[in-house]
Design a protein around this ligand. Structure first.
Ligand SMILES: NC(=O)c1ccc[n+]([C@@H]2O[C@H](COP(=O)([O-])OP(=O)(O)OC[C@H]3O[C@@H](n4cnc5c(N)ncnc54)[C@H](OP(=O)(O)O)[C@@H]3O)[C@@H](O)[C@H]2O)c1
Length: 332
């Protein structure tokens, strides 16, 4: 059995990892940390896991993690992750970081968008952007995975094949909507029930922090992302408006998606004018993709669960690849 540590396990992505890894036949969670909830049992913070784990949250202590675990998931906010990753990486563990700290290779870009100094410049060079459908070979060799952002996954997966095959122009607008769990478990005014219930709001139009990672992975210069908060707990729907190059047909788009994703278990290509819905991807590791081609506009629509294909599900998919397990193990 491979032994797992979850650093920052009291939040939502930590909870989802615990739920997934409970089903995994070849790994076990042996350490879980929380600075503010050390000493509590897992079920005190994650009651849906009542009776499933005989573990308590501990304050982070590198020696104990080092002696008890060989794979470390970092479920921490950006800026906190980078220093934890350094200790782990240096002692030859596999690190899967769910934060943004290792996603962007261009340091000035990271520092501008995240407004913090990157302190692990050398480590950043070794990180692999963990989008299995596009980077499987590199992931297999990696020791440090930068697990992609949730919005970013929902935007990159539908756009990548069309950009690589030069089928659309570089004039892309993304209208994205996320459930409130995308913001994590923190207490803050916009995420209170009374602010969200029967409400719907845009935020950070054109300035959302997932924009630079999308640009870097897609190799494009511009993209306008307008995210919105939906009054649901989980799920992202991204509607992407782009301009098709002359002569593009529905058949060509279908064939292109088949070429890249036909054998991908976690990408479902919806054809015949069926479109993704938040409910049909919730609690799954799927990214669903549909599209509509109009005369001068191509509309792509993707849907995924922000906590699974957008975070912990994808993180376990990456771990399975690195360890040579069936990529689908414990995921559905
Ligand atoms: N939520 C999503 O849909 C989603 C999707 C993709 C990626 N992500 C990324 O995944 C990471 C975790 O997200 P989340 O939603 O799980 O967040 P969360 O629910 O807010 O949980 C954050 C965790 O980090 C710990 N923590 C906070 N600041 C810390 C610090 N300075 N040092 C040590 N521990 C600290 C907290 O522990 P305490 O108990 O000690 O407070 C908690 O366990 C974030 O970087 C987020 O951007 C989230």
């Amino acid at each position: 059995m491979q032994k797992i540590a979850i650093i920052g396990g009291s939040g939502y992505t930590g909870r989802e990892l615990l739920k997934i890894l409970l089903k995994h036949k070849k790994v076990e969670v042996t350490k879980i940390t929380s600075e503010n909830n050390a000493g509590k049992k897992i079920e005190e913070l994650h009651p849906e896991l009542f009776g499933c784990y005989d573990l308590r949250f501990e304050k982070y202590n590198w020696q104990t993690i080092k002696n008890n675990c060989n794979i470390v998931f970092l479920c921490l906010p950006h800026a906190a992750s980078m220093n934890f990753a350094k200790e782990t990486y240096d002692s030859d563990k596999i690190v899967i970081d769910l934060s943004a700290d290792f996603r962007i290779k261009n340091i000035p870009v990271y520092e501008k968008w995240y407004k913090v100094k990157h302190t692990q410049v050398e480590l950043l060079k070794t990180a692999v952007y963990g989008l299995p459908e596009l980077h499987r070979y590199a992931i297999k060799q990696a020791k440090l995975i930068a697990n992609p952002g949730c919005y970013a996954t929902s935007i990159i997966l539908p756009l990548y094949p069309l950009i690589k095959e030069n089928l659309i122009t570089d004039n892309i607008i993304v209208d994205a909507k996320s459930g409130v769990s995308g913001a994590g478990k923190k207490m803050a005014m916009p995420y209170l029930y009374n602010e969200q219930n029967e409400n719907f709001m845009p935020y950070n139009p054109g300035t959302h922090r997932h924009t630079p990672e999308v640009l870097e992975i897609l190799g494009i210069k511009n993209l306008t992302l307008v995210p919105h908060l939906l009054p649901i707990t989980r799920g992202i729907i991204s509607t992407i408006y782009c301009t098709p190059k002359q002569g593009l047909t529905q058949e060509k788009i279908n064939n292109t998606y088949d070429k890249y994703y036909k054998n991908e278990k976690f990408i479902r290509l919806l054809k015949n004018e069926i479109y993704p819905q938040a409910r049909t991807v919730a609690n799954t590791n799927f990214c669903d993709i549909g599209f509509k081609l109009l005369e001068n506009k191509l509309i792509l629509i993707s849907g995924l669960d922000n906590l699974l294909k957008g975070a912990s599900g994808q993180a376990v998919q990456n771990m399975n690849i690195i360890l040579g397990f069936d990529e689908n193990e414990s995921l559905s």
